[in-house]
Design a protein around this ligand. Structure first.
Ligand code: CTP
Ligand code: MG
Length: 231
């Protein structure tokens, strides 16, 4: 029996934002009058493609329930996990009764509030007929060095190096089983790496450079600038 393929979003938002060094997790910092996570979620909802958006929130989080978006009909709260991969897996588990194995899931960092509908649809249109799926990525602009201590021991061939962004888009069933098999493996820092561990070769789709991840304090001003440019 066939069914119509659905699209789901999973948003890991249970990090503490250590590198941001702020008084609260970075997803709750103000960016142009709204929190970072509100921008992110409203942009995902605005893409108008997702059956639901599962958001992984830490159990100790006092901020989430204060947000209007928390009660949006398409938003589902999931339990945050120890590592990013645990949070993503928890998000997948909350939709297990609704999602089919061949539905698509787009995993997107809460900390990337500048995501555009254009990039979301570009990723989907590029991969919807693919067997495996893939990720938004950007070619590396800098020359990259292999370093031991302070010493450069090699230069990487930049033409083969891409920076992995999100969303990362995979089939529900294969993403869930790849992450379940990868639990506790520190090398799994994104969804693609879990699929790679299964011997699969996810595709890259070139994304927009303004889809930055807020990581350090100076990134907030940069995100603000990009949002102004996008208007
Ligand atoms: N994340 C998560 N659960 C974790 C760790 C991270 O859901 N246990 C989420 C973060 O909230 C963020 C995304 O994964 O939206 C990307 O992670 P990162 O940028 O590393 O955020 P933090 O882990 O919060 O930041 P830091 O590494 O500086 O502590
Ligand atoms: Mg982190």
């Amino acid at each position: 029996m066939t069914h119509s393929i659905k699209f789901w979003a999973v948003v890991p938002a249970a990090g503490v934002g250590k590198r941001m060094n702020a008084d609260r997790p970075k997803q709750y910092l103000d960016l142009a009058g709204q929190t970072v996570i509100e921008h992110t979620l409203l942009r995902l909802l605005h893409a108008n493609i997702f059956a639901a958006v599962a958001v992984a929130i830490s159990e100790e989080d006092p901020y989430w329930s204060e947000l209007t978006v928390a009660s949006h009909e398409k938003i589902i709260r999931a339990k945050g996990g120890k590592e990013r991969a645990d949070s993503v897996l928890s998000g997948l588990h909350t939709i297990r009764d609704q999602a089919a194995d061949d539905d698509w899931v787009l995993v997107h960092d809460a900390a990337r509030p500048c995501i555009t509908s254009e990039d979301i649809h570009h990723l989907i249109n590029s991969l919807v007929n693919d067997d495996v799926g893939g990720i938004l990525a950007l070619p590396s602009a800098d020359t990259l060095k292999n370093v031991l201590g302070n010493n450069i021991v090699g230069t990487l061939d930049r033409s083969h190096i891409w920076r992995a962004l999100t969303p990362q888009m995979f089939r529900y069933g294969s993403l869930k089983s790849a992450l379940e098999l990868a639990v506790g493996n520190p090398a799994i820092t994104d969804e693609a790496s879990a699929l790679e561990l299964q011997g699969l070769q996810p595709k890259i789709v070139e994304g927009r450079p303004d889809n930055i991840k807020i990581t350090r304090p100076e990134d907030l001003a940069l995100a603000h600038f990009f949002m102004e440019q996008q208007q």
